[in-house]
Design a protein around this ligand. Structure first.
Ligand code: SAH
Ligand code: SF4
Ligand code: F3S
Length: 437
């Protein structure tokens, strides 16, 4: 009988790619993917804990499988990802959901196969969380599910300890893969026909730091020299490590998209200091100016947090001012979420929900109005789009231009994986509508 798995992914792109690694492991065990968890022999939750709502979401969905598991005793439920890696969380999960069979962490992902086999011959739940041991996961073959896009880790972990952030605690210390491994992975992907490669790391700019590896701009230049038509993207860049060399490499290489995600978090120096971001608002603006000097058309996207402890009206106004000044092509705005174990969780001056809500609404309005303004400028222009998907609801194909803008268009034939020229006829907020020319 065929064996099926179903994976539910939460969190960032890194987690999405990790689910492709989990899928690779399950595939090696003879399991095939299925869309409906009801049919699955194994259900895996790849969790996130960046904000409280990510955690609640995972808890809710694991809870919903109780009934299914009661009717399908042999089904294996496994929970992994950042949530389980928090101190004490695996035990809490086990107590709350005793029917979960396997609980594993971010550092021992590669042992999932062993845990499943162990569970199959064992009544007791298998709970295995390991400490960071510098794992680079080289032995895992991903089962990629996002053609024509592919994700490639270049670093794992984070050393920055921004005071609000749980990532360094659940992902361990920053470590870089060998450039030769990254280059051969990208070469292979290009030869397999992948058209957009996104390099992943919590802080890609510090790639190679403290080792004898090449720098991030050098790595990008080497990757851009690989033959074939494909795009290169990367995320996330930390402003403190964003260098002029990087701006020059983007400018010099056609394949590197003129689009940079550079999270600023706040426009207030007081808050940036309390966040331990290690740059001031003026430094950020200066980095943007340097980037624009070399890449004038570069699209800049960002992440913003409102309601960090002690954020006053003036601090929030400084964030609004910075957003006004930079003109982001899009931004993710978040309400600060207290994470146990982080430095900020112990700070006095936590901001009330009402104030945070008001601030985030104002911020989202501003960001959206900037995005809409920029979208309008696209009308009647022709852009090169990489067709990524077919949107069944809309009945249209969908792709992105190099600036990351979503473009919808009609086609009678399957265009997924092709570069096309699309003339934009209208703009709807962040997305554009056009026709292939
Ligand atoms: N390494 C990346 C992003 C990691 S998490 C970077 O440094 O930019 C993605 C985003 O989640 C962050 O940029 C931040 O804006 C947001 N975030 C992280 N922790 C948060 C918290 N406790 N509350 C609200 N937002 C948070
Ligand atoms: Fe978190 Fe800061 Fe590291 Fe990003 S750089 S993952 S926000 S600690
Ligand atoms: Fe990503 Fe969430 Fe972990 S944002 S690194 S999956 S805490």
């Amino acid at each position: 009988m065929a064996k099926y798995y179903h994976i539910t992914t939460y969190g960032c792109q890194m987690n999405v790619h990790e689910s492709e690694k989990i899928a690779g492991l399950l595939n090696e065990m003879g399991y095939e993917c299925c869309d409906d968890v009801q049919n699955a022999d194994i259900a895996v939750f790849n969790t996130c804990c960046i904000r409280e709502n990510a955690e609640n979401h995972a808890f809710g969905n694991i809870g919903m499988l109780k009934k299914l598991k009661a009717n399908k005793k042999n089904m294996i439920i496994a929970v992994g990802g950042c949530l389980t890696q928090q101190i004490g969380k695996a035990d809490i999960l086990h107590k709350k959901f005793p029917y979960v069979d396997v609980i594993f962490g971010t550092h021992n992902l590669g042992k999932l196969k062993d845990y499943i086999i162990k569970k199959q011959s064992n009544k007791k739940a298998v709970i295995e969380i390991e400490e960071d041991d510098g794992n680079l996961y080289e032995e895992i073959r991903s089962l990629r599910t996002s053609y024509p896009n592919a994700w490639v880790n270049i670093t794992y972990g984070c050393n920055n300890f921004c005071t609000y952030c749980i990532v360094p605690y659940v992902r361990g210390r920053e470590r870089s893969r060998k450039s030769k491994d990254i280059i051969s992975e990208v070469k292979e992907l290009v030869s397999l026909g992948y058209k957009e490669i996104t390099l992943l790391g919590q802080n890609v700019n510090s790639y190679g730091n403290g080792t004898d590896e090449i720098s991030f701009p050098e790595l990008l230049a080497e990757l851009a020299a690989i033959e074939g038509k494909f795009r290169l993207r990367f995320m996330t860049s930390h402003p403190k490590d964003f260098s002029e060399d990087l701006a020059k490499v983007i400018a010099a290489n056609e394949k590197i998209c003129n689009c940079v995600h550079l999270p600023v978090q706040s426009g207030s120096d007081k808050i940036l200091k309390a966040m331990n971001r290690r740059y001031m608002a003026a430094d950020y603006i200066e980095k943007i100016e340097t980037l624009k000097k070399h890449v004038p058309d570069c699209a800049i996207t960002t992440d913003l947090i409102v309601g960090f402890p002690n954020e006053s009206e003036e601090d929030f106004a400084a964030t609004m001012e910075l957003v006004n000044k930079v003109g982001f092509s899009s931004a993710f705005s978040f309400v600060y979420s207290k994470r146990d174990g982080t430095v900020a969780a112990k700070m006095d001056g936590q901001i009330s929900e009402e104030i945070s809500k008001m601030r985030i609404m104002k911020l989202i309005d501003l960001v959206n109005s900037q995005t809409r303004e920029q979208s309008k400028k696209y009308i009647n222009k022709t852009v090169e789009v990489l067709c990524e998907d077919y949107d069944k609801k809309k009945g249209l194909y969908m792709g992105r231009d190099e600036y990351g803008r979503m473009v919808y268009f009609n086609s009678e034939t399957d265009l997924i994986g092709e570069f096309l020229n699309v003339e934009i006829s209208s703009a709807n907020g962040i997305s554009l509508l056009g026709k292939v020319v």
